[in-house]
Design a protein around this ligand. Sequence first.
Ligand code: RB5
Length: 147
Amino acid sequence: MNIALGADHGGYAYKEAIKEMLIADGHTVLDVGTDSTESVDYPDYGTKAAHLVRDGQAEAGVLVCGSGIGISIAANKVRSIRAANCTSVEMAQLARMHNNANMVAVGERLMSVDLARDIVRAFLSTPFEGGRHERRVEKIDSLGDIQ
Ligand code: RB5
């Protein structure tokens, strides 16, 4: 898969670790930065990665900041993005199965790097269940048109 990957300074170290794992797993990584631990603004990187998913250049996206919160909120401002901030493997699986999330966010300051990698792997390998969830996801996407 082509995977968009973005982080702020608070997520830089885990972004690098996740990138290494994704490449080893055979994915193509589209890394939008940041490229160091120098302080930057997470909305810039959340939206850059989200644009790659929105435009179809990436099939999924991975985001990292200190908590996963700010960067996922920013990504969710982009049309057709459903970014789920996950703190467990089960959340990542549910985000795919029920919500057809197309981006996953993790918080470097809240979990081990092993858990962050497990969450990303679970997210990328879990299919959407469709069925009754399809209508609900369509309703989420249509919210962008009525606001
Ligand atoms: C940066 O200090 C921190 O606020 C950011 O990485 C993130 O946790 C925001 O939600």
